[in-house]
Design a binder for this molecule. Structure first.
Ligand code: KG4
Ligand code: ZN
Length: 337
């Protein structure tokens, strides 16, 4: 069964064809980063206009690469909910998928953006099965989820303010890096001293699974300002020390949740899951504590439509399909649509 996934919730126009939820036939991402980096973040209207321009050529290319005709697509899926995405953007992908599904008389599935980040793991890790603990860390979210079985999720905790990726982007801007700053901090940190600056580990000891990264960002700003830190000279150490703070909190709380749930599987997803330090830290823990650790390839951590198509397949299998004429454009928090 071939699923065409479409993702337009943020600043990338993405289309992918995935067979039976597990085999990637194509994965096309048309990035707008060069446009938004001028402004330090995503400008919703700009992004929506780019999505409209890009969506058909991106789908076209995904079909070509997959060597699949439109008539050979069995299910159309699109990101239909994200509590941090921009709604005007989501509409572009949803409307396109709904139109194709309606006129080709095929099933139409809406997917949640965070759930799709989780499902981006399924095609690459054939042995991945429920239940598992999932840490989803992106530009708009930080969520710790206990995934019992398909569609049955318990949200253990989430960010109370800035998401992990948002903190990377904001601190990056402070030290002169363009949006998205996460990958740039990751690179700089490799040559920096992670003990160079002593930044806090917010909420690391709190009795819950929530996160807060806004104070960490302020503490980096305060240090630079009041201690008159020479950014040029200390950029690498600032990057390494800030990154270590975030990684320490994410790893500590995730491992605590893993133990509490007695889970033998951990998966991560979302843009920040591409962070090399975070991946190494979890791999080491997995080896030491004996759990299975799954993370997607780097290009499947950041926004993509592979997760949308994979989730679309499993939702269709569970008969969780929509009427293409019925999509109700409202924001929904959490993991549903
Ligand atoms: O999942 P994603 O592509 O979009 C959202 O759903 O938000 O995540 C984008 C975020 C950005 O904040 C970006 O700076 C961050 O992921 N990011 C990283 C890395 N690669 C991307 N953060 C830290 N280290 C990375 N290597
Ligand atoms: Zn995302």
């Amino acid at each position: 069964m071939n699923i065409l996934g479409i993702e337009t919730s943020a600043d990338d126009t993405c289309a992918a064809v995935v067979k039976n939820g597990r085999k990637i036939l194509s994965n096309i991402v048309s990035s707008q980063a060069h446009i938004h980096s001028k402004y330090g973040g995503i400008i919703p209207e700009q992004a929506a206009r780019q999505h409209i321009k890009n969506v058909i050529p991106t789908i076209d290319l995904s079909l070509k690469v997959a060597k699949t005709k439109l008539s050979e697509i069995d299910v159309f899926a699109a990101t239909g909910a994200s509590n941090a995405g921009v709604f005007i953007n989501i509409i572009v992908g949803v409307q396109t998928a709904a139109t194709l599904a309606h006129f080709l008389n095929k099933p139409f599935v809406l997917t949640n953006h965070m759930e799709a980040h989780i499902f981006a793991n399924f095609p690459e890790h054939k042995s991945l099965r429920f239940p598992f603990l999932a840490l989803v860390v992106s530009g708009g979210h930080t969520m710790l989820i206990w995934a019992k079985k398909h569609g049955h999720y318990e949200l253990l905790g989430e960010t109370r303010d800035d998401a992990a990726g948002e903190a990377f982007d904001k601190v990056g801007r402070m030290i002169g890096l363009k949006y998205p700053a996460g990958p740039k901090i990751d690179k700089l940190a490799k040559e920096g001293d992670k003990k160079g600056f002593d930044f806090p580990r917010p909420m690391i000891g709190s009795n819950d699974y929530d996160f807060s990264f806004s104070g960490l960002k302020t503490s980096v700003m305060t240090k630079i300002k009041f201690e008159k830190i020479n950014i040029k000279k200390h950029k690498k150490d600032l990057a390494a020390s800030f990154q270590q703070s975030i990684v320490d909190v994410l790893v500590y709380k995730t491992i605590r949740a893993l133990k509490e749930k007695g889970s033998s599987r951990l998966i991560i997803g979302g843009g920040v899951a591409a962070n090399s330090q975070l991946r190494v830290a979890f791999s080491k823990k997995a080896e030491k504590l004996g759990f299975e650790f799954f993370c997607p390839s780097l290009n499947l951590c950041t926004d993509n439509a592979v997760g949308v198509a994979s989730l679309g397949y499993f939702k269709h299998k569970h008969k969780d399909v929509e009427n293409p004429l019925d999509f109700d454009p409202v924001f929904k928090k959490g993991l549903g649509v």
